[in-house]
Structures are given as C-alpha cells and as structure tokens.
Design a protein around this ligand. Structure first.
Ligand code: 2P0
Length: 325
C-alpha cells in the first residue's frame, strides 16, 4: 500500500479570501489560478500495519507541531471518509521549490498528499472527487489537482459536495509566464488562515470585495478565452489590490505589504509605462509574482533582478496537474 504523487503549486489570479465553513474549508467566493511548473511537491505515502501513529518526513526531517497536526487531521479524514480503519502512514515529502521562492507549500503539499494517499489505498476516485478531498487539507490545494488555468467553484451545498476545482484551460493552451520575486522581508506575518478569518469577521471592506467578484471572474474568463494578456493582467492586478485592501479595513488592521513589496509593484507599473505588458499579484505575504509574456522575459528579468530590494527571482511556466510517479 504505497504510492508517490507529484503536485505543482498554483498562483491565484482571482483570490480565495475567506471561508463560509472553516472545518469543511468552504470558501465565500470562486477563485481562479494558474498552476506553475517550476514548483512542486513529491510525496510518497505508505500505509503500514506496524505503525501506531502517522510519521511525516519533509525533505528528510521529521515534522512536528502545527504542520504535523494538519497532516494528521487530513489523514484521519481520509481514514474516516473511506472506512480505512486505524492503519497509519509513513509520509515522505520533498519540496522542489527553489530556495525561498516565496511560495507557501500548502497548495502543492496537500495536493500531493491527497493524491499519494488515495492512490496507495487504490481508491477509485476521479480528479473532481480528489479535488474536493484535497480542499479539506488546504483550500488553495484543491486547484493544484488540475493543470493550466483552474477555477475553484465555491459551491452551494452545506456539506461541500459541490465545492471543487475545474480546469478552464490546459497548461499548453497559452504560454503565460510568472516570475516569483522574493524581497528582503523582516516583518512577522499574519498566517493566511488567520488573516482571511479576521477579514471576514471584521473588515468594513469585505462586502465590497465580495460584490466585485462575479464581474472579475466573468472578465478574466473572457480574457483567457480570447488570450487577451493585457486584460488578464489588469484584472489579476486589480483583484489582488482589492483583496489586500480588505485587510486595511479589518480590526485590528493589518497588511502583508512592506516597502520592498511596494518597490516591486511600482517597478512593474513603470515597466508597463515603458511599453512592457507586465502585471503583479501578491498572496498573503510580502513577495510579488509578476505575469508576463515569453517575448518580454529578458526585459522583465533584467528589471526585477536589478531592484535593490529583490533577493531572488524564479521563472515559471504554466504547469500540469497531479501526476503519479
Ligand atoms: C489564494 N491564498 O487564492 C489565496 C490568495 C492567499 C491569498 O489560498 O486555510 O493556505 O488552508 O484554506 O489555501 C492561502 O490560503 O488557506 C490562499 P487554508 P490557504 O491562493
């Protein structure tokens, strides 16, 4: 009872920012992402009769604390959902994120874990059901089951049975590129889980965010259909700015941005003024992702690498969904 799965991380262009059910991880809004080829997690899960608890090694080191608890809770869910009984697992996970690329590994991590565990158990589930299961490990991870452009449908059902990701376009549909820009960051961050909860509970801007989403989703899907990069980029950038604006209306207010984050944002806008179509998006942290087209790669790289606040830039293309090794 062993299997190995590989899953890539994804970058949200229309952000997931808030839950309507915290235990089932059901979101308040649909989100839309691009799966990235540069960053992935490879996980081997072995179910072993001789173990008395789950054992989790990440990059060769045993994992304890909160990270272990989340993984164990997710395996308990799989055991319960599929009537597996008390058989525990050995999990060996490798993150192939270039050092400090500024990506949270929970998206690729929970997707690879769900894929490997269900494969090891020989469960007959399709990608849609796998996405629903993965969602309950970490929300954004449900999008990493698929490659290319992916939408997470929030669903309406109380039990989450219709909250899953669907592929909008495969990875070879359109060569949009993403530069992951790491900045010199010192401030301690508010976790995305805590940040989105505080925002939903207290932000005076949250209803404006929610009201604006159906239009953003319709517009970005039209941009993907028409392969209109300026439209794709400008909607992504505006959606990111709105998400981050909600944090300023929370109690207590907070922001993920630092002066280095804003320096990169301004550099991207200056590139645009000089005729290079590049757009930024930012998740729950200070680092910036820049969207651009292949023909502008050299110019974008030169600009980003030469910014004093930037410590690392890693390039990525559209990536594949989950695969088994
Ligand atoms: C996203 N983020 O759509 C958004 C944009 C951060 C900003 O999904 O609580 O780690 O495990 O469901 O998926 C980060 O949140 O949160 C996230 P949980 P997750 O990618």
């Amino acid at each position: 009872m062993q299997a190995t799965a590989r899953a890539h991380t994804n970058i949200a262009l229309i952000k997931y920012w808030g839950k309507r059910n915290e235990s089932l991880i059901l979101p308040t809004n649909n989100s839309l992402s691009l799966t990235l080829d540069g960053f992935y997690t490879e996980t081997t899960v072995t179910f072993r009769e001789d173990l008395t608890s789950d054992f989790f090694l990440l990059d060769g080191e045993p994992v304890m604390g909160e990270q272990y608890d989340r993984v164990q809770a997710f395996l308990d869910l799989i055991r319960r959902e599929y009537n597996i009984g008390q058989i525990y697992t050995e999990i060996k996970s490798k993150n192939t994120m270039p050092t400090a690329a500024g990506f949270a590994s929970s998206a690729s991590g929970f997707a690879a874990l769900a894929g490997a565990a269900t494969k090891a158990l020989n469960l007959d589930i399709d990608k849609t059901e796998l996405s629903r299961l993965t969602r309950q490990g970490s929300g954004s991870a449900c999008r990493s089951i698929f490659g290319g452009f992916v939408e997470w449908e929030k669903g309406e059902a109380e039990d989450g049975s219709d909250s899953q990701a669907v592929q909008i376009a495969p990875s070879n549909y359109w060569d949009v590129r993403v530069a992951a820009v790491v900045v010199d960051a010192k401030m301690k961050k508010v976790s995305s889980r805590e940040g989105m909860k505080r925002t939903v509970d207290t932000s005076v801007f949250y209803s404006g965010w929610l009201d604006s989403l159906p239009q953003d989703l319709a517009d970005i899907k039209a941009a993907i259909r028409g392969q209109d990069f300026e439209k794709l980029g400008s909607i992504s950038e505006a959606n990111c700015l709105k998400m981050h604006a909600t944090t300023l209306g929370a109690t207590p207010p907070f922001t993920y941005w630092q002066d280095s984050t804003m320096a990169v944002m301004q550099a991207v806008q200056t590139m645009r003024d000089s005729g290079i179509p590049a757009y930024f998006t930012i998740d729950a942290g200070p680092n910036v992702k820049v969207l651009y087209l292949p023909e502008d790669e050299e110019a974008v790289m030169n600009t980003l690498k030469n910014l004093p606040v930037v410590t690392d830039v890693t390039l990525s293309r559209s990536g594949e969904g989950i695969s088994y090794v």
